[in-house]
Design a protein around this ligand. Structure first.
Ligand code: C2E
Ligand code: SIN
Ligand code: SIN
Ligand code: FE
Length: 402
């Protein structure tokens, strides 16, 4: 049986299964196999691995491990129940089409601003907190009009601008999350600013580590983890930033089971905002194509969050996050009951199974069709989602349709 265990439960004699252990470096021989020595476990731990799958038919059992079928079942059950629950937000105020132009402009402006800040930091200059705050305010205003417009743009990313786009996307996700929790304007802006700045310390990590196209060595990993302290140091000398904004940089890699960094904080010292930032950070990171891994489809990533909430992400917040993005988030490729496929361009909070889809593919004849919008919530449209598809696995680039 395949079981999921924590790194603390891993003992010599256990057999590591080659399943979902992406975080285990490829360079260190095989990712699967029998663990013979404690030193191997120490090495794996030094690489930042927190959870691992073992095969109990090939090695020693771990009674406290969670059978992989149970993990899968939990994911499926939770998804089924969330897919019929309404989110907390009222419906959108502007159509996604009408908001697209402003969103596009804002996304570009924010990219320029954060890109400039990253350059400035490299040259030892200070961060303009007011500009970040203004940008956060503009983003919140667009999110309030129709958050799907900015959410669509966040799926159009380029591989070589990861740090920049990730910063903006985490800012947007924090804003969407904050509003779904009915946080007020000031606090929502502070969360967005925190998302925009959470990883700025990475710019001080040497390029050959930051952009390494493979797994990091233990030494490189130690340096990589310092991006949090670098960020904190920069933000500490930036006048005009709120404590909440700075805390997002400090807390985004802390984990509820105390396994996070840089301080290994216990649960009770990780604030709600800190926990929210961890969720937004991980969600955006795993959905992105990277130099060292292929991104997951949005709804697959949400399922992984459920899995990670067993040990170290805040369970209630993960479910809130899924409700707020909906089980079929913007950017999900879906197969429809009418023999078409398309990408979700607007999630439906009230009825998560009935989003707005841009249709572009005929699944029966396997060819593209003229793109058109299909609103599954429209009573006249008797079409439903029958399946989600993995765009990357199918070799489909959804970006032109967003
Ligand atoms: P990031 O890529 O922005 O990822 C942020 C967080 O998302 C990670 O924090 C981790 O918690 C989660 N995450 C991202 N990708 C995966 C994945 O494939 N599997 C799992 N299980 N979790 C994932 P973490 O681990 O503390 O890493 C911090 C940063 O260190 C990463 O930020 C990335 O810039 C860098 N990094 C981590 N591992 C590698 C690596 O193997 N190679 C390179 N070049 N960079 C890495
Ligand atoms: C993992 O569990 O390895 C990634 C998710 C996280 O860091 O919380
Ligand atoms: C990073 O910016 O975190 C590294 C670049 C990449 O992995 O794509
Ligand atoms: Fe980070």
């Amino acid at each position: 049986m395949i079981k999921k265990i924590t790194i603390d439960q891993l003992k010599p004699g256990m057999y590591v299964a080659d399943l979902n252990n992406q975080w285990v470096p490829k360079s260190n021989a095989s990712r699967s196999g029998l663990i013979k020595y404690q030193s191997t476990i120490d090495k794996v731990r030094a690489l930042g691995v927190q959870e691992i799958y073992i095969d109990t038919d090939k090695g020693v059992d771990c009674p406290d491990g969670i059978p992989v079928d149970a993990v899968k079942q939990l994911q499926a059950e939770q998804f089924r129940s969330i897919s019929v629950q309404s989110g907390t937000r009222a419906s959108v105020r502007t159509s996604v089409e009408a908001e697209r132009e402003r969103a596009h402009k804002l996304y570009g402006q924010t990219k320029n601003l954060i890109g400039g800040i990253l350059e400035d930091i490299k040259q030892g200059k200070s961060v303009d907190a007011e500009a970040v705050d203004n940008s956060a305010a503009d983003l919140v205003s667009s999110l309030d009009a129709n958050e799907n417009a900015l959410a669509c743009l966040s799926y159009i990313r380029s591989k070589d601008e990861y740090l920049l786009e990730h910063s903006i996307n985490v800012g947007l996700l924090m804003g969407i999350f904050a509003r779904s929790k009915r946080m007020d304007n000031d606090l929502t802006r502070q969360l967005v600013a925190g998302g925009l700045l959470h990883d700025i310390g990475k710019i001080l990590v040497p390029d050959e580590i930051l952009n390494k196209p493979g797994k990091l060595t233990p030494e490189e990993w130690e340096e990589m983890k310092r991006h949090v302290s670098y960020g904190e140091q920069i933000l500490d000398v930036t006048p005009g930033l709120s404590d909440v904004t700075r805390s997002i940089c400090a807390l985004h890699h802390e984990r509820l089971d105390g396994s996070g960094y840089p301080r290994n904080l216990p649960k009770d010292q990780i604030t709600q905002v800190g926990r929210m930032s961890a969720i937004c950070d991980v969600y955006d990171a795993v959905t992105a194509d990277r130099v060292y891994h292929v991104g997951m489809a949005p709804n697959e990533a949400l399922k992984k969050l459920i899995e990670w909430s067993i040990f170290h992400l805040d369970k209630d917040l993960v479910y809130d996050f899924i409700r707020c993005l909906s089980v079929y988030p913007v950017g999900t490729l879906v197969e429809l009951s009418n023999g078409r496929a398309g990408v979700i361009v607007e999630a439906n909070r009230r009825q998560p199974k009935l989003p707005l889809v841009r249709v572009f593919f005929n699944t029966r004849h396997q060819h593209q069709v003229e793109t058109h919008l299909l609103n599954l919530a429209d009573a006249k449209v008797e079409v439903e989602i029958i399946n989600t598809l993995d765009a990357r696995a199918l070799g489909i680039d959804i970006r032109p349709f967003m």
